[in-house]
Design a protein around this ligand. Structure first.
Ligand code: NAD
Length: 262
């Protein structure tokens, strides 16, 4: 496999939060990065934070739209001349109870995360197989893909869908040297844009606390008593994509300061 410093990465939902931190970390290791997000101006602004267009570009791509994804992949090939690493990060969490979850809530979260990552992985895998150089696909799933909690049915179900995509694609793409792994973050409040979707207010209500206390609340329930920030997730993505993990595929790495182990 190619060294990370010579790789070309596409990160979805990378104009904000965890995705932006991932794009920055991969770029800091020398990778060329394509930031794909809903809004072109925001994607380009995030790319400009990284450097010039030899290092990062921003593209508009709604991951629920197969044609837009194909276009983002084509832009990647045209601009950087290849594709080696894809991160399925785009997502949103509405955090509602079963009775509050509408059909639209269910469809939106499944469209963006379950269907969106399927479409992105499909478009990327086609290129990775054709290139014949192997590659990496990483899913930013969640602790919620495995562990149940209240008021999160649609989000958690779609994260479980993503987790199974990791295992299925690891099995299917292994013969092409493509590794597929997942990261299971939990409790990333600071530096994440998820409050905008109403997630923060709904989670705070679930726990009976104030929204601004969520970060500290999550930290105190971890084994390590540490708050998880986007950079912690980005570091794990970087690590799993290095040659040090060349014999690891189909794995989910928790980045949750120990919540899932408690
Ligand atoms: P965020 O809101 O800061 O970032 C999500 C990004 O995805 C935004 O830039 C948004 O514009 C983009 N996006 C949304 N729908 C899209 C679409 N249809 N097409 C393209 N882009 C789209 O939130 P975040 O916390 O950084 O979340 C990133 C990922 O991490 C999500 O998949 C989320 O489920 C996952 N995650 C977050 C946490 C956490 O605690 N924050 C925990 C576990 C998993």
């Amino acid at each position: 496999p190619k060294k990370l410093a010579t790789r070309i990465a596409l990160v979805t939902g990378a104009a904000s939060g965890i995705g932006k931190a991932i794009a920055k970390r991969l770029a800091a290791e020398g990778a060329a990065v394509v930031i794909a997000d809903l809004d072109l101006a925001k994607a380009q602004a995030a790319a400009a934070e990284i450097g010039n267009t030899d290092q990062a570009i921003g593209v508009a791509a709604n991951v629920t739209d197969a044609a837009a994804i194909d276009q983002a992949v084509q832009q990647t090939l045209l601009h950087f001349g290849g594709l080696d690493l894809v991160v399925n990060n785009a997502g949103l969490s509405l955090s509602k109870s079963l009775l509050d979850t509408t059909e639209q809530d269910w469809d939106l979260q499944h469209d963006v995360m379950a269907k969106g990552s399927f479409l992105v992985s499909k478009a990327a895998a086609k290129v990775l197989i054709e290139q014949g150089l192997g590659g990496d696909i990483v899913y930013i799933s969640s602790k919620n893909s495995v562990f149940a909690g209240p008021n999160n049915i649609a989000y958690s179900a779609t994260k479980a869908d993503q987790a199974h995509q990791v295992r299925l694609l690891a099995a299917e793409l292994g013969e092409h040297g493509v590794r597929v792994n997942g990261i299971n973050p939990d409790g990333v409040v600071r530096g994440s844009g998820i409050f905008a979707s109403g997630w923060g207010a709904n989670r705070a209500k679930t726990y009976g606390i104030e929204e601004q206390d969520l970060g500290a609340f999550y930290a105190q329930r971890t084994i390590l008593k540490r708050e998880v920030v986007p950079e912690n997730v980005a570091n794990a993505v970087y690590a799993i994509c290095t040659d040090d993990f060349s014999h690891t595929t189909g794995l989910h790495v928790p980045v949750d300061a120990g919540v899932a182990a408690a």
